[in-house]
Design a protein around this ligand. Sequence first.
Ligand code: ZN
Length: 479
Amino acid sequence: MYKPTIGLEIHVQLSTKSKIFCGCSTEFAQEPNTQVCPVCIGLPGVLPVLNEKVVEYGTKLAVALNMTINKYSNFYRKNYFYPDLPKGYQITQYSIPLGSEGFLEIHGNIGNQKVRILRGHIEEDSGKSMHSGDITESEFSFIDFNRSGIPLMEIVTYPDMETPDQAYEFLVLLRSIVRYLGVSSGDMEKGAMRCDVNVSVSKDNTMGTKVEIKNLNSFKSVKKALEYEIARQIEVLEKGERIVQETRHFDEHDGTTKPMRTKEELNDYRYFPEPDIPPLSISDEYVASIKREIPELPHKKEERLISEFGISKDYSRSISYSQKLAEYFEDVVSFAGHPKEVSNFLMVNVVAFMNDKGVEIDEVNFDKHKFKELLDLIDQKVISGNIAKEVIDESLVSGKSPKQIVEEKGLTQITDEDAIKNAVLEAINENPTPLNQYLGGKKQVYGFFVGVVMKKTKNKANPDLLNKILMEELNKLSS
Ligand SMILES: [Zn+2]
C-alpha cells in the first residue's frame, strides 16, 4: 500500500484598505497601474513603512490557527528576478515569522484530524504579468503593478494530510475562518486565496520524493490535481522508476499535472535582512486583546450546534461554515424554537432557493416571524410537514406570509375522518393488484397506499389520521 503525504502552502490576501508598505489602495479589478506609487513599484530610495492593520489581521489569523505569536519577528529580502518584481526582491519574513507552530482540527468523513501548522508570515505580493493573447493579438507582455505590495499571509502546514479530501476540507475550513475573522474575502477565484501543494507517496516507511504543484485556482482544482498526481506517482514507482523532485503545474483543461521547472534550492533566493524595516515587536497585551476579538469559529460552532440542538452533522457544517447563515439560523431558533425543523427547512428549501436565485441569506424575504408562523401552523396541525414545504417555497418566491398562502390556496389540513376514510376506501378499491400483494404478506405496499391517499387529498390529509384509518381498513380486509 502506498501512503500519500500532503502539505499545503496557502497565500491569504489580507483585506486591508491599503497596501502593506505604502498607502495605495488594494481595491480589486481597477484599471491597471492606477494604484501604484514609488514604494510599491520599488523605485530606488523609497522607504517602506509597515501597515499596522496588516499586523493586526495577520496576528488574528495566526491566533485563530492556534499559532504562537513571536514577540519579535523580522523582515527579509527574498531575491529573485522576474519582470513583475521591479525591485528584484520581495519583502517577506524568513527566520522568525509572525506566528509559529499552530494547528487546525478538520472534521472529515473519517473523523477529526489535527493538521499541524509550521508557520504563518506576512509578506508583499508581486505584480501581475499578462501575456499576449490574454488581451491582444500582438507579441507583447504587460505588467499590472496594482497587485504589487498587496499584503499576504503565507500559511505553511506540516505534511499531515493523507488524502485529497483532507486537503480540500482544510482549505474550506480555512476560507470560512478568514471570513469569520474578517481578515480576507477568501475568494480563490479572485486570487484572494492561492494554494500550492506538496505531495509524495511512499511505501514501507521509506521517504517519498516531494513534488510541488502550483497554479491551483479553485478548491476543486486542488482536489483533482492531488488525485491525479498521487495516481501518477504510484504508477511511476510501480514501473520501478524514480519520482523526480520538481514543480509541476495543474492543467485545468485535461486535469493533469505537467512539469514546470526544477525546484529552486531555498538558498538560491539569497535571503538577507531588510534594512529599512525594524523588527516587528508584539506585546503579550496586544496578543491578549486580539484573542478577545476572535469570535466563535466555524468548526467550534459546528460542534456546538450538534450538541446544543441535535441537528444533523451535515446541516450543522453547512450552516456553521457560512457566518451569515449561522447568524440567521441562531436568530430564528432563539425566536421560534424547533431547531431541527428550522435546520431542515433552511437547508432543503431556503438554501435551495438561494442557490437557484444566486442570492445571500440577507436578501431572502423569509424572516424569523414568517418562520415562526410556519412552525405554529404545523404545531397547531393546520398543515402537515409536506404542505409546509410547499408553503415556504411559495413564500420565498411571492413574499406572502405562510398564513396568507394557506388561506388563499386552501391548504388547511384535512382532519375530517369521513373525508379521509372516503379517500382510503377509493385507494383500496381502485388498486386490486397492490391490495392482493399487501394481503399476501408484502407489507411494504402499505407506503403505496399512503401515496395514493395523499395524492387524492392533494397532500392535505392529516398524516396521523391517514395512518390510523388506512391501517384499520386494511386490517379489516386481512381478517
Ligand atoms: Zn504604493
